[in-house]
Design a protein around this ligand. Structure first.
Ligand code: ADP
Length: 371
């Protein structure tokens, strides 16, 4: 199989012109972050934020010419906008339109998209997203898992999947599959060791592509593992992906430090319903004797949720078994389905399914008949 060189990619891109500036995108210095790994090519095109979406045809053309090169199996091109000399600027809704309806679903076969978010990294958001996706699947729902945590994609490892997605038609990617769940992650497209610097708009563009260009098929729920935190990239994502709702994962400490509240406020600002809060690492479960020890500030999430009028969905203990199973690619919901922790995740999954069911599908309350 022939391999492709960076020079060959750049030579091909010299034939792609920016229509407004009437010069090629390489000569204009718009191509950045070129990564060639085997047959996989990825790069960004830097554009003026004001022109943003109007350059989608340019992005597609760049992708097409690179895809056509011998030895290229996949081409991933993202648009990134930045102000000369200034920090990256996300695409914001215009003033006064912060509550505009989300964009049309980029994936028509998906019934509901649910974000799993956290106020900061390291609280167990990805672990929770993986186990929740598996618990929802175990309840009989058709589930996809989109790893939008492009800064540190962990789904390939947690779900125990390796390899590269195939693209039978050369346009869309087939999702990877594990335990009956369809999965897509940047981790499948680039090496885990490849350092990636993502600017806000680039994150959005990569995520939009993973939604739009992946053959998700028919799904009841697509679980999105969000990038951690509540910065511009997360806000843009919450604004632009048509989310049915969000689940906030927090640790007792994190809620005490107000980080989780930031996550909540972010979704409220863009009118995405917060389906509830999960307290992770809620208490310590001793691996030897099973003894339960409460952690400082345990219960904070429940109190905070009550105070804020958000449902408290449940608590998951700090248990080495949860870490070991997800580190080894066999999350606890599938590897120890009878365990109390798997049962907790299943309980949360059932509650989410109830909350997401269309109004007509909800079971009618029992009628009281007075005789
Ligand atoms: P985040 O996505 O919030 O950055 P991760 O899901 O990657 O966090 O979790 C961070 C680390 O904590 C991982 O090593 C994970 O296995 C571990 N972890 C997450 N939740 C638990 C838990 N309930 N018990 C024990 N370890 C956990």
């Amino acid at each position: 199989m022939p391999t492709v060189s960076e020079e060959a990619v750049l030579a091909a891109l010299r034939k792609v012109a920016d229509p407004a500036r009437k010069a090629d995108i390489v000569g204009l210095g718009m191509v950045s972050g070129l990564v060639v790994k085997g047959g996989n090519v990825a790069f960004a095109i830097e554009v003026d934020p004001a022109r943003g979406q109007s350059l989608e045809p340019l992005r597609q053309e760049a992708e097409r010419v690179v895809q056509a090169l011998p030895g290229v199996t996949s081409a991933t091109v993202v648009l990134t906008a930045h102000r000369a000399g200034g920090p990256a600027q996300p695409q914001r809704a215009p003033q006064g339109h912060a509550h505009a309806a989300p964009a049309k679903s980029p994936a028509p076969g998906i019934r509901s998209i649910v974000a799993v978010a956290s106020g900061k990294g390291g609280v167990g958001k990805s672990t929770t997203a993986a186990n929740l996706a598996l618990a929802l699947a175990a309840e009989g729902a058709r589930i996809g898992l989109l790893d939008a945590d492009v800064y540190g994609p962990s789904m390939p490892r947690m779900m125990g999947v390796r390899g590269k997605p195939s693209t039978p038609d050369g346009k869309t990617l087939e999702p990877m599959r594990a335990y009956g769940v369809a999965i897509m992650s940047m981790g499948f497209l680039v090496d885990e060791e490849t350092p990636m610097i993502w600017r806000g708009p680039m994150v959005m563009s990569a995520i939009q592509q993973m939604l739009r260009d992946v053959n998700w098929g028919e799904l009841d729920i697509l679980v999105v593992d969000m990038p951690p935190g509540t910065g511009d990239a997360q806000l843009t994502l919450a604004q632009q992906v048509p989310l049915a709702g969000a689940v906030i994962v927090s640790t007792p400490q994190d809620i005490a430090l107000l980080d989780a509240r930031k996550g909540l406020n972010m979704f409220r600002k863009v009118d995405v319903p917060v389906l509830g809060i999960i307290e992770n690492m809620s208490y310590f479960s001793c691996p030897n004797c099973g003894h339960r020890t409460d952690i400082f500030a345990h219960g904070g999430a429940r109190r905070e949720a009550e105070r804020l009028g958000v449902e408290f969905l449940g608590e998951i203990p700090l248990d080495i078994a949860i870490r070991e199973t997800s580190d080894s690619g066999q999350p606890i919901v599938v590897s120890q389905p009878g365990s109390p922790h798997a049962t907790s995740y299943r309980g949360i999954a059932r509650r989410l399914l109830e909350k997401l069911a269309p109004a007509g599908a909800r079971r009618a309350p029992p009628k009281i008949v007075v005789q």
